[in-house]
Design a binder for this molecule. Sequence first.
Ligand code: MN
Length: 715
Amino acid sequence: MMRQYELVERVAGYIDKPNEALLNKAYVYAMQKHGEQKRASGDPYFSHPLEVAAILTDLHLDEETIAVALLHDTIEDTDATRREIDELFGERIGHLVEGLTKLKRLDLVSAQAKQAENLRSLLLAISDDIRVLLVKLSDRLHNMRTLGAMRPDKCKRIATETMEIYAPLAGRIGMQDLRDELEKLSFKYIYPDAYTAVIGHLEELAEGNKSLTEEISRTLEEKLAEFHIKATVSSRQKKPYSVFRKMESKGVTFEQLSDIYGFRIIVDSIEDCYSALGVVHREWAMVPGRFKDYISVPKQNDYRSIHTTVVGPAGQRVELQIRTKRMHDIAEFGIAAHASYKDGDNIVLESNAYESLRKTIEHLAEGDNAEEFMEHTKLELFFDQVFCFTPKGRIIALPNGATPIDFAYAVHTDIGNTCIGCKLNGKIMPVITKLQNGDEVEIIRSKKQTPPAAWENVVVTGKARSSIRRASRQSIRKQYSTLGARILERAFDKAAKSYSHELLEAALPRLARQSLEDVLAEVGRNEMSATNVIKAIYPDFEVDENTTPFKEPRQSEEGSDKEPSGRIPIRGINSDLPVSFSREGGAVPGDNIVGILVPGEGITIYPAQSKTLAKFKDDGANLIDVRWDIEEASKERFPASIRVLVENKPGVLALVANVIAQNDGNIQNLSMKVLVDEFMEMEIDIDVWGLTHLTQITKQLNNKSITTKVERIIG
Ligand code: MN
């Protein structure tokens, strides 16, 4: 086991005057806390955090990160507390250790469905401080190195998770070495037979090609020296997992892969990179289509290098990477390399974290090419998402194709409703611009704004869509009631009757309406005639045909189809009879439905399980077979009713309403009654997109501990 002074010496190897006191204190604290604990292998537990710290010294990380590595399992596995760590080591270290503790708890959840959620939490932890990811990856690396002591089924699960999540993550932040080792170790546990075979082949090959490899190496060195280029040439080991993956995905044999030789040329400067390239291409024929200049166009993860393939001295293919020492370090250490180099200042990670994070997340979702990104990585879970930032640095995750309007609603409904414009990365842009990963979005607002209804077709998130609909419905309703008020004024004028809001208010029961607004809006929409209103206030008012200024409501104009929006989305009816949904039925798309023909009235649609159907049972002739005719992109909602039995506690209504709102349900009506002291029953009318949507809502409600029973009401 590494001694205390050895750890300090390692850090002193790359940091001038390191904070020895911090390192020593963390070493002693973690050692005492883990005490007699043992790992599955029988080793003292403390050897684990110590090895994790050692891995991070290889990456030249700062003292705080090393201390966090030493402490990373103390909160979870010993009696150490966050408060104690805060007191001894400061809040920043305490915060990082706590972040790792949370991630460790996630490791214990293996269910597939949880993985996306885990990744999200991981990203959030990273967004706090990128060092959490570095410690987590090193922690995982050491666990993988010592995995053999675990039960085989556990090994396989952990290895799979490493392969799907941690190895690609390491790759995304440019830590190629770490990625290679994680992949190699996971490979060993996931496909033990293939692993043994590939490793065997590779060893054989390395042995058989030894002299040829040396010859190519020597020739390269001599040629470069001839042109006065100082260079180090090394042959590159093939990575067992990438060999296996190539064999699998391209369907090639091991032999087909084995006549390719990989070499790396490391030189002092960028000019030398191009000079070396010139020498190589002059001496040997280059293989067309294999040249890539990642120096002038670096990869997303900052990788820089020149790649080329030539036909070597004995006719074999020789793959070359030409780069400087600095580029090489970045290729191996990724983000960690940036941290340890910058101006010799070893805590730049801290000030740099935000930028690094932005880049990391860009890498996460963009990749160099989609194919590489999708291949063998669960990170594809993020492929359909964009991550954007508020001006204060908060991350907002949105589906691909989201606009600043979606962003605004994701932050807060009020912000969405008052959004009139936006700045993307400091520049004024149209609000319908598609957001890109890493965009910083600033919403420009005005209190006078009402979201235009047309936005509904632009946005991609349910939250934005339903909020826009709600807001524009309110504003449309307001316009109608203004219109209705004007119509009434004129109608009363013509009828020579006096009108006031108070008079109408008093007549509401006669009109069977709840509010003044309702009446005004209906008149405005021409759904209630002004005459009806006059009659409600002056019951003996006689309609004089000549003075009636307005037509009777639309219901009387059968056959007219001036209102295309009223289309009923039902197939299977070949008549001009009016079709409607039964009021108490609540059929939604996805339900099996039945139409009932009532002569002289029309066809009414019921859900097949409706109790009302029983009374038509004897009359089979009136039953009509109908089907839904809903377009995929339909924006229509349908009313449904549910009954929820909940514990009678404060806040329960808010909870239920919240679940429904979060699942994009529109509550139209809600009533509650207390059954016994402990329980309350709610009946809720919701507008939903269809059966799947309704089921999702009832399921989410059912998941709450406070609900005892959730059922759909069908009349
Ligand atoms: Mn650990």
